[in-house]
Design a protein around this ligand. Sequence first.
Ligand SMILES: Nc1ncnc2c1ncn2[C@@H]1O[C@H](COP(=O)(O)OP(=O)(O)O)[C@@H](O)[C@H]1O
Ligand SMILES: [Mg+2]
Length: 431
Amino acid sequence: MRERLQTESSGGVFANKDLVRSDTIIDEDRIVGRDEQLGRVVDNLKPVLHEEGIPDMLLSGPSGTGKSLIIHAVCKQIVELCESQGKTFGVLSINCEGPKTADRAVYRLVKCAADDLGVDPGVPQTGVSTDQKLERLYELMREYYDGVIFILDEIDMLEGPYQEAEYNSLIYQLSRARGLADFDGPISLTAITNYADFMKDLNSRAQSSYNPDDIFFDDYDATQLRSILMHRRDAFKPGSLADDVIPLVAAFGSQTHGDARKAIDLLRWAGELAERRGSDTVTEPAVREAQEKYTENRKLRHISGISTQKKLSIYAVAATAYYTKGNPEWIPAGPAFKTYQFIADAMDADRYSRETFVNHVTEQSTYGVLDFERRGKGRGRGVHMYFSLSESPETIMSTIREDSRFTDLAKEDAPIRAVVREHMKRFHNDN
Ligand SMILES: Nc1ncnc2c1ncn2[C@@H]1O[C@H](COP(=O)(O)OP(=O)(O)O)[C@@H](O)[C@H]1O
Ligand SMILES: [Mg+2]
């Protein structure tokens, strides 16, 4: 362990790991390409410096194409230039993945302004109307800012509980700020989305009040990804990155969606893998291995996002595979269903029918989590449904147990094992 600790801290391949963390806001000189989009955002926001109006914007395009990066990089410059003129430009930015309603999103904007200004939000999160929150937002604007941009990142995630998506009312309400806020300075409402067709999903009220300059971000190709990564080479110590590593990472990246975030993550993972091995260089095999892990992780990420009943079903299959002697590759559905029923009771969860259980499990084959087939056990012995997991049962179980509702299952080790062994034995005797 000591040796390990020492290689982590003293040795290693990274000189500045932050440069290969995809959530780091990088300096402008590391931004590669995107001249057109950057130019348009700059032109749109420049009037702030002359106290003139600025347009609303919609930045759209697939994930990892630099949308958040470009808007924040430009806003940072505008804030600094404003400061040098003795003015305050407010960048009020929220990610809409968190809040579930427009009301909560407005509160987040108030909070964002209050944090930026170092003042009290002045309204509670619950118990007051959205209008009161908006009024507080406008009050902060009037009092402290000379211009404001609202950035609603991942706007399409703000669906909310009702039939009509909550982003409609958020966009409608904020786009009226120009008229209602009694605020003299320029205001831009800028939304960011992965969907090219986002505007079509807006209801007519939101559409008529929000007329953004639409700026599209397309996928990166391998050459662009290579260049993006080359500008972050100094994340690694000199000589610790083999020459073919960046081209390979870029090639993997462009094969999928030209997503710079994934390419950066892959490069970091390859480095982390090399470090764990105690190696002081990152080489091609580390990239290939990290790429495989990445796919595995995507499946696990998928599992961590499914409903409780589906998790329970998958957990039962994994537990059956895990506790059966000899860890067979193919697990019969019958005993797995018995395990499911046992675990459902242990968790005090609903028990669904065998059909639903099987549907929940087989559905996961679409995501590469497992494979299933019906097959006979030999002449005249009937046909059974079997499952085969594509990840180790242990990994799947521990992923699901990260969900707090499943955490306690770790304590049910012995009884689950007993149930699995009992039903596997019966299955083999009966068939
Ligand atoms: N043109 C670029 N130059 C340098 N880095 C980039 C570029 N585009 C994206 N990145 C990096 O890729 C990652 C994802 O970019 P981001 O702007 O968050 O994507 P999006 O918001 O479109 O999903 C970030 O770490 C960002 O720094
Ligand atoms: Mg983004």
